[in-house]
Design a protein around this ligand. Structure first.
Ligand code: KE4
Length: 422
């Protein structure tokens, strides 16, 4: 029995499913997780002394690569000054300023501890600002695990949501309206029926939780116009795309300005950080300067702020264009190798992110993404792991590169794909 398997057996006695977040259990690809001893650059070292080229990258945060020297040094130095004060510290101001300077829509920002907290808080703020309760989200988009977002399309009318999990009351998702991603017509229908009650639209400006799906031309612009017309707020969930699609996130790349923005992952440099921000007139409604309550014991934690600031400081001078070109070349070659095996492949790629869907496509929304062959993905996952490559243990996630991925890493990846018997 491997050390990973020993640890997983112990973990399953103590932690639900043996993991602290479900996807890490690797159930959808029919295997067990590998336990990690350490990570450096684009590589993970397992507890069984195996190196893997990593494309999960902690599900997005590690755009600089693992154990980046400036991030590690910042965290170590911060730790020596104490791990939490329960009072403001300089680094909170510095990271807030870095976010405000980088993200076009953000004039003020509140730090929280996860993407879930960020979107949960942004929804509360939008409801307070508009005095309305309904929220529009898109099927297949994931905004964290707070109740209002755990809604699925009910039978009959697409707009009738039902809870996506036990424990969420039907009343909680009664105000959650659903439309297919990239479907502006269906979204306009929701506004036509309930526009006066819609507090906000929340959208991943690049969908990253049903595999990578890009907004079709006019989709985001159309959401902006609908929100303006009905005086609802447009919330960009940039937990994945923030500082990844460009230093200004998806909004910086696509030129669409939302009213509120949710951030996470990269802005913590691997430590627990989320944030929500936007126009000053909205953010000043947040307690204690406003009447909308939101709080957190470890929000703005000095170590997390130090990691985030070191990360954004390094990214500010990073060559996003070069990484995009390298990522596209890798993804194109991977897709060509897999197509060369006679497999149906739809490749979506932007910046340092890509998804290979095992279907002919097109893949414009969740229903089309679900046509992908998940059993084939599981075989691909296993073959790549055997070849020393760590992919997301789900067909509906994104592969992330980083500024630390080397040519050798990419060659190991392509060789694993060439050898894969699928
Ligand atoms: P967290 O609460 O997990 O920090 O963030 C929630 C969240 C919000 N918005 C978007 C667009 C997200 O992608 C996420 C979380 N992403 C998943 C993977 N795609 C996290 C992985 C996990 O749940 O373990």
């Amino acid at each position: 029995m491997s050390r990973s398997d020993e640890l997983f057996a112990q973990a399953q006695q103590l932690i639900p499913g043996g993991v602290n977040s479900p996807v890490r259990a690797c159930r959808s690809v029919g295997t067990s997780p590998l336990f990690i001893e350490s990570a450096k650059d684009a590589r993970l070292l397992t507890v069984d002394d195996e190196w893997l080229v990593d494309y999960v990258m902690s599900w997005g945060p590690m755009l600089l690569g693992h154990a980046h020297p400036s991030v590690t040094a910042a965290v170590v130095a911060a730790a020596g000054r104490g791990t939490s004060y329960g009072a403001p510290c300089t680094c909170e101001v510095d990271l807030a300023r870095a976010v405000v300077d980088a993200v076009p829509s953000v004039e003020m920002v509140r730090m929280v501890n996860s993407g879930t907290e960020a979107t949960m808080s942004a929804l509360r703020l939008a409801r307070a600002v508009t005095g309305r309760t309904k929220v529009v989200k898109f099927k297949g988009c994931y905004h964290g695990h707070s109740d209002p977002f755990l809604a699925e399309a009910g039978s009959g009318l697409a707009t009738l949501s039902i809870p996506g999990t036990p424990g969420v009351p039907a009343s909680t998702v009664a105000d959650t309206l659903l439309a297919p991603y990239n479907d502006l017509e269906a979204t306009a229908e929701l506004f036509k029926a309930s526009g006066e009650e819609i507090a906000c639209v929340i959208v991943e400006p690049m969908a990253g939780n049903m595999g990578l799906i890009l907004p079709e031309p006019g989709f985001l612009e159309g959401l902006r116009e609908l929100c303006d017309k009905y005086e609802s707020l447009l919330i960009f969930d940039e937990v994945i795309t923030g500082f990844r699609l460009s230093f200004g996130g998806a909004q910086g790349r696509f030129g669409i300005v939302p009213d509120l923005t949710c951030l996470g992952k990269i802005i913590g440099g691997g430590l627990p950080v989320g944030a929500y921000g936007g126009k000053r007139k909205y953010m000043e409604r947040i307690s204690p300067c406003g009447d909308v309550y939101q709080a957190g014991t470890l929000s703005g934690n000095p170590l997390a702020m130090a990691a985030g600031l070191a990360t954004l400081t390094a990214l500010k001078s990073a060559d996003y264009g070069a990484l995009e070109a390298r990522t596209k070349a890798l993804a194109d070659e991977l897709a060509a190798i897999l197509r060369g095996k006679g497999l149906p492949v739809t490749l979506h790629c932007i910046a340092s992110a890509f998804t290979i869907f095992f279907t002919e496509g097109p893949v414009r929304n969740f229903d089309e993404a679900k046509k992908a062959d998940t059993e084939l993905y599981a075989r691909y996952f296993a073959a790549m792991r055997k070849g020393g490559v760590n992919l997301a243990p789900s067909a509906f996630e994104v592969s992330f590169t980083s500024f630390a991925h080397s040519g050798e890493d990419f060659e190991i990846t392509l060789e694993a794909a060439r050898k894969a018997e699928l």
